[in-house]
Design a protein around this ligand. Sequence first.
Ligand code: PSU
Ligand code: MN
Length: 302
Amino acid sequence: MSESIVVSETVRAALDERRPVVALESTIFTHGLTRPRNVEVALAAEQQLRDAGVVPATVGVVEGVPVVGLSAPQIRALGDAATPVVKIGIRDLPVVAVKRLHGGTTVAATALLAHRAGVGVFATGGLGGVHRGAATTFDESADIVALSSIPIVVVSAGVKSVLDIAATLERFETLGVTVVGFRTTGFPGFYIRDSGCAVDDIDSPEDAAALARARDDLGLRSAVLVGNPVDPAAQVDPELHDRVLDEAEREATTARVRGKDLTPFLLEHMHRATGGRTLETNVAAYRGNVALAAEIAKAMAR
Ligand code: PSU
Ligand code: MN
């Protein structure tokens, strides 16, 4: 492994001893959630993993150096308003290395770094995907292409419903990414449990571990994406959801928000326009995904 990635001692020891490890991304708390809730959520996710007997490996960039297994003070610093933080996709890694910047890694960059370190499972809230109107803007998340070449298991509450979910699933099909629903054939839509798009289902964490093994046995290099619907009580009312999303998209167009600013802008608008309702859903979805990722990591370690 490249020495340009720092792996914490706790994470390295767990990997050496083949104990279960789950990677966590950092854009979710640097750019996805509002302060000060962001740091609480990030630290709670780590604690949730420890309580389940799994070693957390939160991934981020400190002074240009990618770290797999951020310390609590590093998480607090990255989530603090006083620290300038960049949203770091894969292509940004060289830039922040040269400029020695701090940042939160997206699903794409986290999956890459976690895999390089030897971590096999990764939990996030919701993935990036194809944005609505992508036929003219070409805006599709680098998460999609990354998952086509990084053999890791990703647990996500589907792709964010601010996206064109059907188009995103088409891209996953094209790129050979294995996509399944956890105990559902309706691919989850992040804020809502069922996007209306059909996928194959699995019934247990052991099934997910078996998929990863089958993938490896076949010599495939793509990710296994496990879609895990948010708890029914936490789902956003679909009607409210569609209304505020339309608003958010109109505002983004008016304000000419583009590129990597678009996803944080849409999420922030949804959080504000629903009086924090979508924020709670986001947190609940993340909690559920962390719990499932822990069980999958344990099944893979057995
Ligand atoms: N899921 C969340 N909140 C987030 C994200 C995902 O619940 O903030 C982040 C992830 O890091 C994901 C990124 O990789 O948004 C996608 O951004 P983009 O669409 O610009 O690729
Ligand atoms: Mn984009």
